[in-house]
Write a new protein. Structure first.
Length: 244
C-alpha cells in the first residue's frame, strides 16, 4: 500500500556481529538497487494469531488466518511550550491500525509459502533463551481454498500487498470481497486502484487481479468492482461464461 504521493518503501539488510538489522528507506522514487520487502514467518516473535509479517521501521503488515492488519506510526511534534515551562521538543508518535478482512471466506483456508527466499532473519532480543535464529522469509504467499475452488496469492509490489485470485473453472467466485475496518471510507480510483481514506491520509493500492486456473496457463478474468457501505470491496465476474 502506498501514499498518494507515491512514496515507495525499499528494504536493506545489514549484517553485523551475527545480527541482522532491517531498515526501511522511504523515498519518492525507487531505484534498481533497492531490495523488495519480504514476509517473515512467525516463530514466536509476534502475537500467535499472526502467521507472517512484513516489518518496517514505521509500519507493519501482518497476515492472519482471516485478515490482513496494517499498522503505521507517524511522528507528531510536541506542542509548543510557554516561557515558564521546560520542554525537550521531542516528537511523539501517533499510531494508525486498520484491517482488511476476507469477506465470507473459508475459515479453514491454509496460508502457505509459494515462493521462498534464501535469506533468514535472526532475533537477538532479551534473554538468550528467547533468541530466534534462521527465521524463514518468503517472497510470495497463498491462501489455499480461501473460497471453494479459489486461492488468493499475496505478493508485494512497491511496498504494497499485491493480490491475485486464482479461480477453478468449477468455482463460484461471487462471494469474493474485502471488508475494511478502522478506516474512514473506500473509493475506487483511476487506473485500476483502490483508495483507502484514513486518519493518516489516503493510501492507494492496486485492485486485485483475477485469473482462471487452467492446465499450464492462467486466463485473466474481467471483473466489475464496487464499494458497498463505504467499507467493503465487492467483485462481479463479467466474462465467466466466455471462459467456460
Amino acid at each position: 500500500m502506498k501514499f498518494n504521493k507515491q512514496i515507495l518503501f525499499a528494504i536493506s539488510a545489514c549484517i553485523c556481529l551475527g545480527q541482522v538489522s532491517i531498515s526501511i528507506a522511504v523515498a519518492q522514487q525507487a531505484t534498481a538497487s533497492q531490495r523488495p520487502l519480504y514476509f517473515i514467518e512467525n516463530r514466536g516473535q509476534y502475537d500467535e494469531q499472526i502467521k507472517y509479517r512484513v516489518q518496517g521501521v514505521s509500519g507493519t503488515v501482518s497476515l492472519t488466518q482471516s485478515e490482513i492488519i496494517f499498522s503505521f506510526l507517524k511522528k507528531v511534534e510536541a506542542p509548543a511550550t510557554t516561557a515558564d515551562s521546560v520542554s525537550t521538543n521531542s516528537p511523539t508518535s501517533s499510531q494508525l491500525i486498520f484491517s482488511c478482512k476476507f469477506k465470507d471466506a473459508n475459515q479453514k483456508a491454509k496460508l502457505i509459502v509459494s515462493k521462498k527466499l534464501p535469506g533468514r532473519v535472526n532475533y537477538y532480543v532479551g534473554p538468550q533463551e528467547n533468541w530466534l535464529e534462521n527465521v524463514p522469509v518468503a517472497e510470495e504467499l497463498v491462501y489455499k481454498d480461501l473460497y471453494d475452488g479459489v486461492d488468493l496469492q499475496v505478493g508485494l509490489l512497491n511496498g504494497s500487498p499485491n493480490f491475485k485470485f486464482l479461480v477453478d473453472k468449477t468455482a463460484n467466485p461471487s462471494k469474493m470481497g474485502f471488508s475494511y475496518a478502522g478506516i474512514d471510507k473506500l473509493t475506487l480510483g483511476d487506473e485500476n486502484s483502490l483508495i483507502v481514506s484514513t486518519a493518516f491520509g489516503e493510501f492507494h493500492e492496486p485492485l486485485p487481479a483475477i485469473y482462471y486456473k487452467t492446465e499450464g496457463a492462467l486466463i485473466p478474468i474481467t471483473a466489475d468492482f464496487s464499494i458497498k457501505d463505504d467499507f467493503t470491496l465487492e467483485m462481479n465476474i463479467k466474462n465467466k461464461k466466455e471462459i467456460e
